[in-house]
Design a protein around this ligand. Structure first.
Ligand code: HEC
Length: 129
């Protein structure tokens, strides 16, 4: 949120929304949001073969090293499990294509070489995890 407010992370939809929000309020918002119970967004549409392809790829690529084995995230490494599939897909493609402005460059390097199809399987796996 600090990076979005300072214009360092580009999310056009968020432009200006955090302009008058203080550091302290951002800390309070973070505490509030992170304390919410997680409701997975699209379990009903799970495709087992795609899920398994995503799971294998993630294991092979060691994604859980930083995102943790259950993909719950840690510190400043975000949770992947249960996030919206469309969001994960869009984000990973932007990272791969060098368009995720203001994000930790670590992920851009990691996503290089993944096909659209592989990224789609990863997004499906994480969101249904
Ligand atoms: C070396 C540590 C590390 C590894 C390994 C890693 N990630 Fe990440 N990942 C991060 C960090 C740090 C961020 C936060 C980047 C940011 O937004 O600044 C991140 C962010 C993400 C996001 C964005 C999540 C969000 O809520 O916006 C996705 C999706 C993601 N990683 C997927 C993967 C996948 C898939 C793999 C394996 C192919 C992987 N990561 C491996 C460190 C890692």
């Amino acid at each position: 949120m600090v990076m979005i407010r300072e214009g360092l992370r580009e999310i056009p939809e968020m432009n200006g929304l955090l302009k008058h929000v203080s550091d302290k309020q951002i800390q309070e918002l973070s505490a509030l949001l992170s304390s919410q119970a997680l409701e997975a967004s699209n379990k009903a549409t799970k495709d087992l073969s795609k899920f398994t392809r995503g799971e294998d790829l993630s294991k092979k690529s060691l994604c859980g090293t930083c995102h943790m084995p259950q993909y719950q995230g840690q510190n400043q490494v975000p949770r992947l499990a249960g996030q919206r599939e469309e969001y994960l897909l869009k984000t990973m493609i932007a990272m791969r294509d060098g368009k995720a402005v203001g994000r930790d460059t670590m992920m851009s390097g990691i996503m290089v070489g993944f096909s659209d199809q592989q990224i789609s399987a990863l997004a499906h796996f994480f969101s249904n995890r």
